[in-house]
Design a protein. Structure first.
Length: 122
């Protein structure tokens, strides 16, 4: 085999390796992008549950949500978080917030009904 042919084969192998590596890098980026998107969706779910639906949330609102995660025992390093566990925690916290909101509304309605009833009696 001539040296030119050997160089040609070597170049083809190198190109194949580069293509293989670029596919792997693209797959890694896709997985990271999917994880980031899921984390964004989870953050948004909790923000809506905690602060109501808005077009935009403030930095302190995001920080409050992340602080809840830290208080729940998750580390500062979000790369190691089990997103299923984060989702379960956020759902639990949202249910608790919804229950508080319902009881607050019920208390206000009872208060209004009690005040309205006493005015009618007078």
């Amino acid at each position: 085999m001539t040296k030119a042919r050997q160089r040609e084969r070597k170049q083809k192998r190198q190109q194949a390796e580069i293509i293989s590596l670029s596919k792997t890098a693209a797959e890694i980026r896709k997985v990271i992008d999917e994880r980031e998107q899921r984390m964004f969706d989870l953050d948004h779910m909790r923000l809506v549950g905690k602060f109501g639906k808005k077009d935009e949330y403030s930095d302190w609102e995001f920080e409050a949500v992340w602080e809840e995660l830290k208080l729940a025992g998750l580390s500062d390093d979000d790369k190691n978080w089990d997103l299923d566990a984060v989702e379960a925690l956020f759902k639990k916290l949202n249910k608790a917030d919804e229950a508080k909101a319902r009881s607050a509304v019920a208390a206000k309605m009872n208060e209004r009904n009690g005040i309205a009833g006493s005015k009618r009696d007078a």
